[in-house]
Design a protein around this ligand. Structure first.
Ligand code: GLC
Length: 435
C-alpha cells in the first residue's frame, strides 16, 4: 500500500510533469532600484528609505497579455508570478495590508491581470508567495539572520507577535485561493534555520489549501529551500513536504529521487541572466542553445525547468530575455514532441548528447558533431523507423561498413553527412521502437 501522501502527489503532478517547461516571473518594487530582489537585505535598506519605490511604482507598459503570448511562443506550459516577495509588497488587492499594488500610482491588481492573461493563452498559472516578510512589523527583525534590519538594535524584536504574522500570511494565502479563481501552483519560498515547517504552522496551512483547491500543487519550501529538499525525498513525507522538489540554479546530477532511488517530481528554477529580479547592469544571459540543452537535460532526468524573467519598473520583460525566449520557441515549435510528456530513458547517456523518451518514442538529442555516423546504443532490428523531428524527414538507420564490429549498435547520418548538424542548438531524431 503506497503512502497516501505520495499517491496523492503522483496524481496531482501528472499535468505538471507532462508540461516540463514553465516561466518564472520575479517582479515588484525592487525593479526600480534594479539591483535584484535582495537589495533591501544586501544594502540593509530601511523601510523608510525603501518607501520611495512604493510611492514611485507605476509600470506604465505592464501588459501581461504580451507576457503570456511570449511564454506561449516559447513553448512554456505554465507560469508562476511573485504575488509577494521577501520585501512584503503585494502585487494583489489584499484586504489585509495597505502595502499593495492597488495602493500605488498604478492602482492595478497585477496578479489578477496576470492570471487572466495567461489563462486566456491556455497556460496553467501559479503564484509565488514569500514566507519571509521584511515589511510586516511582527516578522523578526534584529534577531533574524536575513532581515534587512538584522543585528540592528534600533529594531528590537520585543513586542513583535509572530503569531500575528502567521495569521496574516495564512490569511493572504486564503485570499489568493478564494478570490482569484483556479490556481494550479503555489510556490512558497523559503525555509531556513528554525523558520521551517510548523514554525509556519504548515500543517494548518496545507489543510486550508487542500480544503479550498485540492488540485493545487505546492513546492517543497515550507520545509526546505533552494539547496535542501525536506521530507519529500523520504518514506514519510510530511503533509507540507510539497508535491515537487525545487533545486535552484542547478540541475541535479542524477535528477531527484527519494531515498530508494525512485524518481520524485522536481523542477529546476533557473534565471536567464544572474538575477531573479530586474538588474539593469546584468547582461550575463544564457544563450538559446544553453537554455534548450538545459531543458533537455532536465527532461532527460525526469524533471522540469522553470525559467525566470525579471520585468523592469515599466513592466517590460528585458529585450535580451524576449530574444532568447523567441529563439527557444523556434526550436520548441519543431521539437516539443521530445519534451512534453517525455522523461528519462533506460538508455545510458550517449557521448553526443542526451535521450528523452515517451513510451516507444525514443528521442536522440544530438549536441555534438560526430566524426562519421551517430551511434545508437540499440541494434537496428529493434528500430521501426527514425525521423529528423524538425522536418519529419527519414533517417536511415544502418550498420556501415566500418562499424560491422559493433552489431549491437546502430548508426545514422544526415543524408550521408554527420556534420554540420541540422540544428546546432539541438538536433533531435525521433526513433520509433518496435514493441
Ligand atoms: C531564492 C531567493 C529568492 C528567489 C528564489 C527563487 O530563494 O532568495 O529571491 O525568489 O530563490 O527560487
Amino acid at each position: 500500500m503506497e503512502n497516501p501522501i505520495i499517491e496523492a502527489r503522483t496524481q496531482r503532478t501528472q499535468w505538471f510533469l507532462d508540461s516540463r517547461f514553465g516561466m518564472f516571473i520575479h517582479w515588484g518594487l525592487y525593479a526600480i532600484p534594479a539591483r535584484g530582489e535582495w537589495i533591501r537585505n544586501i544594502e540593509r535598506i530601511t523601510e523608510e528609505d525603501y518607501r520611495v519605490y512604493f510611492d514611485e511604482f507605476d509600470p506604465i507598459y505592464y501588459n501581461p497579455k504580451e507576457w503570456a503570448k511570449l511564454a506561449k511562443e516559447a513553448g512554456m506550459k505554465y507560469a508562476v508570478l511573485t504575488a509577494k516577495h521577501h520585501d512584503g509588497f503585494c502585487l494583489f488587492d489584499s484586504k489585509l495590508t495597505d502595502y499593495k499594488s492597488t495602493n500605488t500610482q498604478c492602482g492595478r491588481d497585477l496578479v489578477r491581470e496576470f492570471l487572466d492573461a495567461f489563462r486566456a493563452e491556455g497556460i496553467k498559472v501559479g503564484l509565488y508567495y514569500s514566507l519571509l516578510d521584511w515589511h510586516h512589523p511582527d516578522y523578526p527583525h534584529c534577531s533574524d539572520r536575513i532581515h534587512p534590519m538584522r543585528e540592528n538594535p534600533a529594531y528590537p524584536d520585543e513586542g513583535r507577535d509572530f503569531s500575528r504574522y502567521i495569521e496574516y500570511f495564512h490569511g493572504q494565502v486564503k485570499e489568493l485561493l478564494t478570490n482569484y479563481g483556479r490556481l494550479d501552483i503555489m510556490w512558497f519560498d523559503f525555509s531556513y534555520g528554525d523558520m521551517c515547517g510548523e514554525k509556519w504552522e504548515a500543517t494548518k496551512l496545507m489543510e486550508m489549501i487542500r480544503s479550498i483547491q485540492p488540485w493545487l500543487i505546492v513546492d517543497n519550501r515550507l520545509e526546505a529551500a533552494g539547496e535542501t529538499y525536506g521530507s519529500i525525498i523520504t518514506d514519510n513525507p510530511t503533509v507540507y513536504s510539497g508535491d515537487f522538489a525545487s533545486p535552484e540554479q542547478m540541475i541535479p546530477p542524477e535528477g531527484m529521487t527519494d531515498i530508494h532511488g525512485n524518481s520524485i517530481p522536481w523542477e529546476s528554477c533557473i534565471t536567464l541572466n544572474d538575477h531573479w529580479g530586474y538588474c539593469a547592469a546584468d547582461h550575463h544571459y544564457k544563450s538559446p542553445r544553453m537554455v534548450v540543452r538545459n531543458l533537455v537535460e532536465c527532461v532527460s532526468k525526469n524533471g522540469n525547468m522553470l525559467l525566470n524573467v525579471g520585468p523592469n519598473a515599466k513592466g517590460e520583460i528585458p529585450a535580451e530575455s524576449v530574444a532568447i525566449l523567441k529563439e527557444v520557441g523556434k526550436w520548441m515549435k519543431e521539437n516539443s514532441d521530445s519534451i512534453y510528456g517525455c522523461g528519462i530513458s533506460d538508455m545510458p547517456k550517449p557521448d553526443w548528447g542526451r535521450y528523452t523518451q515517451k513510451g516507444n518514442k525514443l528521442y536522440a538529442h544530438i549536441f555534438e558533431e560526430c566524426i562519421n555516423a551517430v551511434a545508437l546504443d540499440i541494434s537496428a532490428d529493434k528500430i521501426e523507423k527514425a525521423r529528423l523531428l524538425m522536418d519529419g524527414s527519414e533517417i536511415q538507420v544502418t550498420v556501415p561498413w566500418n562499424a560491422v564490429a559493433f552489431p549491437n549498435k546502430s548508426f545514422f547520418t544526415f543524408g550521408g553527412q554527420s556534420f554540420p548538424l541540422p540544428d546546432e542548438l539541438d538536433t533531435v531524431v525521433e526513433i520509433t521502437l518496435k514493441d
